[in-house]
Design a protein around this ligand. Sequence first.
Ligand SMILES: Nc1nc2c(ncn2[C@@H]2O[C@H](COP(=O)(O)OP(=O)(O)OP(=O)(O)O)[C@@H](O)[C@H]2O)c(=O)[nH]1
Length: 220
Amino acid sequence: MVVQVNSRTRQSSKAMDGNQQKVEANVVLLGAENVGKSALVVRFLTRRFIGEYGDIESIYSHCDKIDGRDVCFNIWDSFCPQNGKEAGHISDRQLQWADGFILVYSICDRESFKVARQQVQRLRQAKAKLSSTAPVIIVGNKRDLQHRRAVSSEEGRLLALSADCGFFEISAAETYHGVLMVFHELLDLIREARALKKGAAGLKGIVRSMSAVFGRKRTE
Ligand SMILES: Nc1nc2c(ncn2[C@@H]2O[C@H](COP(=O)(O)OP(=O)(O)OP(=O)(O)O)[C@@H](O)[C@H]2O)c(=O)[nH]1
């Protein structure tokens, strides 16, 4: 599958370098086919719901001001092949690239919830292997279709709780606000994960310096 860098890119990621105030976050959208991944991305980028979306896998960039800070999201809208062995596959490239994941299922499609469960499991294993701290938010989409609901809110929330993920139920078709909340929450989690990583690296540095000093003293 070809990954396109969309021509609507507003600001290149390089432009963000050299300015500490700017935050950049790479986000991968995962989930079964037809759950509304593209609808969610397009809603976030344009505030609109256009109904039909193509099958092209793309990376979009979207820069905005959030809480007075310039933020640039690079969003990888993955294409989920129909059934077969490839269903729910997460590539190594996606795992290495992502600072955070949005894992989408449709509340009226139980199969898509099964795929989400598998993907949560895969993400946990892969993150442990790569020592990755990339946070995950699970999103139950198509909340407007209550009469066709096949996955309860509780099931979604429990899955998220069991895997230490964030959780939202939204309708990309009906509102922009829910979609915005998902991206803002993920950004908060990404920044927390980065701060923790930095803190851990700082602590390691202090321990190294102290052992260098005390180690040297012992040999004097
Ligand atoms: N009712 C309703 N329909 C939605 C919603 N979000 C997406 N859809 C519809 O669901 C269908 C699939 O949406 P896409 O955004 O193409 O789904 P996708 O997950 O990107 O699909 P793939 O590209 O096949 O992986 C489209 O017909 C959308 O109009 C929603 O919140 N409510």
